[in-house]
Design a protein around this ligand. Structure first.
Ligand code: SF4
Length: 695
């Protein structure tokens, strides 16, 4: 008789591209299987809650379609025709291709490419060590934070903010431009607790009726890319109705008189015409935040994914500087805590061998890079070889036609190290099977909170899977790349990193599970000054000197407004393309991850286009009909879902489905532009205009 294996609970950390970076308790069965995953109850931000897609992670980690052996391409690129090969042969082929590219075109013709499929620092960023040691083209990561972070830092000078757990002590929580119910459930945990325990009001601001909007006490549904207008009108009311904190303004801000004069002409009627909101809604919102000192602005990423996104972020951020909410516990703003950790990442990323003269190629412009755009290539050699870890550009990158054309190049060698045969892996020459987070050790910082966390390996990987670190080290050996990090284990690298950063050693962190690194109240509320030499919040940002690492000014930065404003640089609808398209996150996927798991697929069903019933009637589109949408970049077909929560003139397609899930094989990012957004680059994912018709 078989005796069931004992279930033990092991600690871990969610590795996915989500600000919550939840502390996890994982049921482990034997050496290689897991049961249910729960949130760690004693980690004060996770507070015992995780999203459903990670709770059922056994579906993903034990999925029958996981890659478990190296593959070599035997058919045309993209055909998905592969044959198994051994690890040594696979790694030899990759190394030979890289050395050949380097010999013929120089080291910059190799471009290691990665992103946040895992947020573990060793497994995500170790590829940089290989890049720097070999002087390969460097990677400029812009696709997620490239627009939002400059917008925030332009005002505060630092990428920190009020402790997100302070939401529990707020009287009003403004969830601006993020569908927290779907994308960072823990925001709702703390916000709802504040509502229950102290009667706090929850305000949600978004471009369509999300689940977060439905749970809000006040839901403001505005047109995409008009958040700056709303923010200006709110500030107009605050000055007009004597709700501005003039003492705070005088002490902590750079140009309050100029701002007051500037927003005098930007009243709610002006903003209503731009945003589509009612004047009364704007007045009510302004009165609420103006009369509620403990108002917490939780600023998300969604509303930054516009050509004017950085300006919108900065405009929204300016409101608590007018009300003086920063001075109160439970007040102020939070966007990301990525600026608090200050880890010394030399051993992870090989920063000591980085050559700043080597070109940096923009992740978001991968299509332009691979199709030979001289500007995207910085007038350097073509990219001839790539190693890709933790990202799926053929689904997630903009201007998909260009991206696919680039990856289809016969003279481009691509190795993809992945967990599933993604769209990108299908275009690879060599595919390597990767471990998942429970199968290796890693260290995690967090965007959405303040914990530095260690996640030890919990189970054995399927035979045949190797970690990112193992692959990087094995390639380094074959390529003659030198750095001490290649010879260290992940634990040794983590221990070195912790000690060099002043956070003790790994043994201590492992025993404690996490360190709470939230800066003191006065620092995180900027009560000893904002992050500029004069300590003042910037209503008038100097965009050209935003204190944030970047690769130079991009996009229409010269035209950025001097003060918070509605910057009409977004794509405007016209007769040819009368709809705005937004590519918002779905509830059961995370970017293109979880698009293989059964329950997520069951719940999301198929790619759909949310369309207001009145718009649909005008186009004679019925619920479930096939709709074709397109613009000059591409076109695709998907099913219509009539939804009164969609704003007139705005179409929404939720989730990054694989292109192959669409009727014509083109994903939603076929319609999104890859032009660089001001001031430092990034993608305007929710800023495309399209035509639509019944197919
Ligand atoms: S909420 Fe985010 S961090 Fe937490 S388990 Fe889900 S995906 Fe992971």
């Amino acid at each position: 008789m078989n005796v069931p294996a004992e279930i033990v609970r092991k600690p871990s950390v969610c590795p996915h591209d989500c600000p919550s970076v939840c502390a996890l308790d994982v049921e482990v069965i034997g050496r290689s299987r897991i049961g249910r995953i729960r949130g760690a109850p004693d980690q004060t931000y996770t507070a015992g809650v995780v999203c459903a897609k990670v709770a059922r992670y056994s579906e993903r980690i034990h999925h029958q379609d996981r890659l478990t052996e190296p593959l070599v391409r035997v058919g045309p690129k993209g055909s998905g025709q592969f044959a198994p090969i051994g690890w040594d042969e696979a790694l030899d082929r990759v190394a030979e291709a890289f050395l050949e590219a380097e010999r013929r075109f120089g080291s910059e013709s190799v471009w290691p490419y990665f992103y946040a499929g895992t947020m573990g620092l060793v497994m995500r960023d170790g590829i940089e060590r290989l890049t720097h040691a070999k002087r390969y083209s460097r990677f400029y990561g812009t696709i997620c934070v490239g627009i939002a972070w400059p917008g925030y830092v332009a005002g505060t000078g630092r990428l920190i903010g009020a402790d997100p757990r302070e939401m529990e002590k707020s009287d009003c929580i403004v969830i601006w431009g993020t569908n927290a119910v779907a994308t960072q459930v823990n925001v709702m945990t703390h916000a709802v607790r504040a509502r229950k325990e102290r009667g706090a009001k929850i305000v949600a601001i978004d471009i369509y009726e999300t689940e977060t909007m439905r749970q809000a006490d006040l839901a403001l549904r505005l047109r995409p890319g008009t958040d700056g207008a709303l923010a200006c009108a709110v500030m107009h009311v605050l000055f007009r109705d004597d709700l501005a904190d003039r003492d705070y303004l005088a002490r902590y801000t750079d140009a309050p008189a100029e701002l007051e004069a500037h927003v005098r002409s930007r009243d709610p009627a002006w903003a209503a015409a731009i945003t589509g909101l009612e004047v009364a809604e704007i007045e009510a919102f302004a009165a609420l935040v103006g009369s509620t000192k403990r108002t917490f602005f939780r600023l998300g990423y969604g509303f930054s994914r516009q050509r004017n996104g950085a300006v919108n972020m900065h405009a929204a951020l300016s409101i608590p500087a007018v009300t003086g909410a920063w001075a109160y516990e439970g007040g102020g703003a939070f966007h990301s805590n990525s600026g608090i950790f200050n880890l010394r990442k030399t051993m992870i990323e090989g920063l000591d061998v980085r050559d700043s003269r080597v070109r940096r190629l923009d992740q978001s412009r991968v299509g332009a890079v691979l199709t030979g755009d001289a500007d995207a290539l910085k007038n350097g050699p073509p990219v001839k070889a790539m190693l890709i870890q933790n990202t799926n550009p053929l689904a997630v990158a903009p201007h998909q036609e260009k991206v696919r054309r680039g990856f289809a190049r016969e003279d481009l060698f691509v190795c993809v190290h992945e967990q599933f045969l993604t769209d990108t892996a299908r275009y690879a020459d060599v595919v390597l099977p990767a471990t998942m987070f429970l199968e290796h050790d890693d260290l995690y910082t967090a965007g959405g909170h303040q914990h530095l966390q260690f996640a030890p390996k919990a189970i054995d990987p399927p035979p045949g899977c190797r970690s990112n670190h193992e692959v990087i080290a094995a390639l380094a050996e074959r390529l003659g790349a030198e750095h001490p990090g290649f010879a260290m284990t992940p634990r040794e690298i983590i221990d070195w990193t912790l000690q060099e950063s002043g956070y003790g050693d790994l043994a201590t962190l492992e025993a404690r599970r996490w360190l709470d690194l939230q800066p003191p109240f006065r620092e995180s509320h900027f009560l000893d000054g904002f992050g500029f030499p004069d300590g003042k919040f910037r209503f008038k940002p100097d965009w050209t000197h935003t204190p944030l690492a970047n690769d130079g000014l991009k996009g229409a930065w010269r035209d950025m407004p001097a003060l918070p404003d509605h910057w009409p640089v977004i794509e405007a609808v016209d007769e040819r393309r009368p709809f705005k398209l937004a590519t918002s996150p779905s509830h059961n996927f995370l970017n293109s991850t979880f698009t293989q798991t059964a329950t997520s697929l069951l719940r999301e069903r198929r790619p759909e286009l949310l369309i207001n019933p009145d718009d649909a009637a005008g186009l004679e589109i019925g619920n479930g009909d096939i709709v074709e949408i397109g613009n000059d970049r591409g076109r695709t077909r998907l099913h219509a879902r009539l939804f009164s929560g969609a704003t007139r003139g705005v179409l929404v397609s939720e989730g990054i489905w694989p292109p192959s899930a669409f009727l014509d094989g083109w994903g939603i990012n076929a319609l999104v532009g890859d032009d660089s957004v001001a001031p430092f680059g990034g993608v305007a994912f929710h800023d495309a205009t399209v035509w639509a018709r019944r197919a």
